[in-house]
Design a protein around this ligand. Structure first.
Ligand code: MF3
Ligand code: CO
Ligand code: CO
Length: 303
């Protein structure tokens, strides 16, 4: 803004605006434009509820929003805990669906997957070579299977998204190792999370650990911002290069959910339009948490 164009800024020989009685040029002229004057009142008063702020794609959550997301994540974690006793040979994934549905409603929530883009059930159940988005059905789980159960809860409009692997009865060494290494991939990714790091740092450590164990990282599905909507920006790939991609910022909430295949990383979608399977029929495992970036690191909201 040019000098004199603002009615509140006097000419050089006029009395200074500050009321000192000195000429403006002897008083505040040198400082105006260098010193920050108070913002106009309408700027200085923040709205009572801060609106969603988008910075480079991520929604930075307010403390109030994080509290709501934390509560949704707590319900998700409780349900995943309870599923530990329910997964067994002979149990159908349909029974798992009914349990998750009822347990969610009992806790005042709604299962987020139900009717999400046409998904027909309340939870995803992905057995053996199914990578993700398996639809619960009447077929029973069998001794030796590995199954991912992915629970997302909507509570008071907030989302909590987490998944775990469950072993059905006695499981052979090779699938158990895949489940274990995939778990380590998630933990290594989480250990990267703090302000100043990048999305690429997460993907890099996950890819390195998976591939050094002879496994591959699924490319077609990624982690994601979450909390206010089911899936928000940014995407969180489980492969990548250090220092690349979206910066991790205080107040971000997102998932890390590596899908790791024993064989090739390629997937295909079955006729149902949802079920993703490995193209080579190899086993696939996945673990997922919802995370909150704090000033000194990370809060695992679904832990
Ligand atoms: N919970 C899954 C995720 O981690 C998304 C499932 S979408 C659904 O992002 F429609 F299949 F439920
Ligand atoms: Co997710
Ligand atoms: Co999920």
């Amino acid at each position: 803004m040019k000098e004199g164009s603002d009615p509140k800024i006097p000419g050089r020989n006029d009395p200074c605006w500050c009321g000192s009685g000195k000429k403006y040029k002897k008083c505040h002229l040198g400082r105006d434009g260098k010193v920050q004057k108070p913002a106009p009142a309408r700027m200085a008063t923040p709205p009572l509820h801060a609106p969603l702020r988008r910075r480079g794609g991520a929604i930075i959550k307010t403390a109030e929003q994080v509290e709501g997301i934390r509560a949704a994540c707590r319900v998700t974690r409780e349900i995943l805990d309870l599923l530990g006793e329910r997964v067994a040979p002979g149990v159908t994934t349909e029974q798992i669906d009914v349990f998750v549905h009822e347990a969610t409603l009992e806790r005042g929530g709604v299962p987020s997957p139900l009717n999400y883009r046409g998904f027909p059930k309340s939870v995803c159940t992905s057995i053996n070579e199914v990578v993700c988005h398996g639809i619960p059905e009447e077929r029973a789980m069998q001794e030796g299977d590995i199954v991912n159960i992915d629970v997302t809860t909507t509570l008071d409009g907030y989302f909590g998204d987490s998944s775990r692997m469950y072993l059905v009865g006695a499981v052979a060494e090779a699938p158990r190792r895949l489940v274990q290494v995939t778990r380590e991939c998630l933990d290594l990714g989480i250990a990267q999370v703090k302000p100043g790091r990048f999305v690429g740092d997460i993907g890099h450590v996950i890819q390195r650990h998976a591939e050094s164990n002879g496994y591959s990282v699924v490319r077609d599905f990624v982690g994601h911002g979450t909390g206010i909507r089911f899936h928000e920006d940014p995407q969180i790939p489980h492969y990548g290069r250090p220092g690349q991609g979206h910066p991790l910022q205080l107040g971000m909430v997102f998932t890390i959910e590596p899908m790791i295949n024993a064989g090739d990383w390629r997937i295909r979608i079955l006729e149902d339009g949802w079920t993703a399977v490995t193209t080579d029929g190899s086993l696939s495992a996945q673990w997922e948490h919802t995370l909150h970036v704090t000033s000194d690191g990370v809060e695992v909201l679904t832990a």
